[in-house]
Design a protein around this ligand. Structure first.
Ligand code: XMP
Length: 519
């Protein structure tokens, strides 16, 4: 699928690298629209009108095998500048008559120092200081194609950057898109502005008018229904659609009783009173708790919550007449992930619950105004629509909510204890100006009780686990290093103020191998 927005863009052909999304983000951060397609889509691509540059991503495949992912050689005749990254570079070399070998002796993983060989537009201002770049390859070019020259090298690879200046074809063996590469952004800057000759102009905000117009044109006079959770995505969708069709938007908020402290009330009030949206509130907390009774298996809990949510939403939406559309906060990463270039489905680690599963049975057409955007772009859009800072910068929150943060068996008492602890943790993060430095933070309630002592009495209560991670997209994450004072303060405040907790632990695992949520 190509987006129909007729903008000049960079097309990224995804060969299955874990970090292709980062390429798209780097390009957009520089003010140029980018779109990812699969090699299969590239095979049948006919319209090159708005494509001003092409980037070939890295990937797990190898060009040394007869069967490997490729692109039509005719793409190189379109006079569109091309940049190959890792596998992309090897593919360029192979398609132009170079030789690539797979060898354990040539593999480079991690940081490598890179040295300039000759001047190049691609590396202008890149070599200002000593540089290290991020490598992740076993295959390497051993003979460069005719008409190509080498402009940079590392100790272990003679051909780290290649170019055919006349044809505007470039290739880098390392990954400029990852932050481990020093000044990697400069490579993209040079490719976009010096080689593809983009004039910086794309921004999320410049898209707002078009998005509103598109919703207007699609919905016409029909009603649109939307599940509003108060998270950034559904909030931005609701505000955007409200701008387009006002009274014809119906927002349904299902109170599962599994939200954070006061979150539901705050969201309802904000959208009803401040933004004057048509919001219908459904209090379903009792039924959620009932269905979760004595269930401690995480997958079962997720499925119960997901199914029940859909059932309630479906039932409520049927009460409105003439509803033709369902609005969803699908983001660009959801679209990219659903069309993996290798066609292989990554093994299911957790079954995610969100409103993505809604339309199948409901017979409603979808409106997904955010499907071109990354989360940070949605936040920018939200701000320009007047969405409060609090909602715009809210950390991601999983669909099953506290149902998967009370580990094991869920009871109303445990939910209440957790809400209190989480609210103290998040409150202190805000007070200490740490909230926005962290990608996601929360408290979880572990299903173990331990002994403690308070005053002269023995206690036997639950353990609260705190989790705070930095991340770019939730796919990988590092735990956040808090100053000791902060941890001391949090631990004291939670134990002294939350009845039911007598021990606080901080989770220092990263993803992988751990996940962000515990269940
Ligand atoms: P994990 O635990 O898989 O989480 O490392 C990655 C990100 O996904 C969020 N998450 C969910 N989001 N529905 C959602 O909408 C879900 O069922 C769900 N489960 C996890 C998690 O909070 C983190 O941001």
């Amino acid at each position: 699928m190509q987006f129909q927005n007729n903008k000049d863009k960079i097309l990224i052909i995804d060969f299955g690298s874990q970090v292709t999304k980062l390429i798209a983000r780097r390009v957009r951060e520089l003010g140029v629209f980018s779109e990812i397609i699969t090699p299969d889509q590239a095979q049948i691509l006919k319209d090159f009108e708005n494509i001003k540059g092409i980037i070939l991503s890295g990937g797990p495949s190898t060009v040394t095998k007869k069967k490997h992912q490729s692109i039509p050689i005719t793409i190189f005749d379109k006079k569109i500048p091309i940049l190959g990254i890792c596998y992309g570079l090897q593919l360029i070399a192979k398609l132009h008559g170079g030789k690539i070998k797979s060898s354990r002796n040539r593999r480079e993983f991690g940081r490598a120092s890179i040295f300039k060989k000759t001047k190049s537009l691609l590396t202008k201002n890149f070599f200002k200081t000593k540089k290290s770049v991020w490598m992740s390859h076993e295959d390497a070019v051993v003979k460069i194609p005719k008409d190509f020259k080498v402009t940079a090298f590392t100790k272990d690879s003679k051909f780290t950057i290649l170019e055919n200046k006349k044809k505007k074809i470039y290739g880098v063996q390392f990954h400029p898109e990852v932050t481990h590469t020093d000044n990697g952004k400069q490579i993209f800057k040079n490719f976009l502005f010096l080689i593809c000759k983009f004039k910086k102009k794309w921004s999320v905000i410049s898209q707002k008018k078009r998005l509103i117009l598109e919703v207007k044109r699609t919905a016409r006079n029909d009603k649109v229904i939307c599940a509003l959770s108060g998270g950034v995505d559904s909030s931005v969708v609701a505000l955007l659609i409200n701008k387009a069709i006002k009274k014809n938007l119906i927002c349904i908020m299902v109170d599962t009783g599994l939200m954070r402290k006061n979150e539901f009330k705050y969201t309802y009030r904000t959208f009803k009173k401040k933004y004057k949206l048509n919001v219908k509130l459904i209090n379903a907390s009792k039924i959620f708790i009932k269905k979760l009774k004595n269930v401690s298996n995480p997958e079962k809990k997720r499925k119960i919550i997901g199914k029940l949510f859909i059932k309630i939403f479906e039932k409520e939406s049927k009460k409105f007449r003439n509803v033709k559309f369902l609005a969803q906060g699908t983001l660009y990463p959801d679209i990219i992930e659903s069309k993996s270039s290798t066609g292989s489905k990554t093994s299911k680690i957790k079954s995610h619950h969100n409103v993505g599963g809604l339309p199948k049975k409901m017979n409603l057409k979808l409106i997904e105004p955010l499907k071109e955007f990354f989360k940070d772009e949605v936040r920018i859009l939200g701000k320009s629509l007047g969405l409060s800072k609090e909602i715009c910068h809210r950390h991601p929150f999983p669909g099953p909510g506290l149902g998967i943060r009370v580990i094991g068996n869920v009871t109303p008492e445990k939910i209440k204890i957790l809400q209190e602890a989480d609210s103290i943790f998040i409150g202190e993060l805000n007070k200490s100006n740490l909230y926005n430095k962290i990608w996601q933070a929360y408290a979880a309630l572990l299903p173990i009780k331990t002994v403690g002592v308070m005053g002269d009495s023995r206690t036997y209560e639950y353990t609260c686990l705190l989790r705070a991670v930095t991340s770019e997209d939730g796919m990988t994450a590092d735990y956040f290093s808090f100053p000791k004072d902060f941890l001391d303060k949090i631990s004291n405040r939670i134990i002294n103020n939350v009845k039911g907790i007598n021990r606080v632990v901080y989770d220092i695992s990263s993803k992988p191998p751990s996940t962000i949520e515990l269940e």
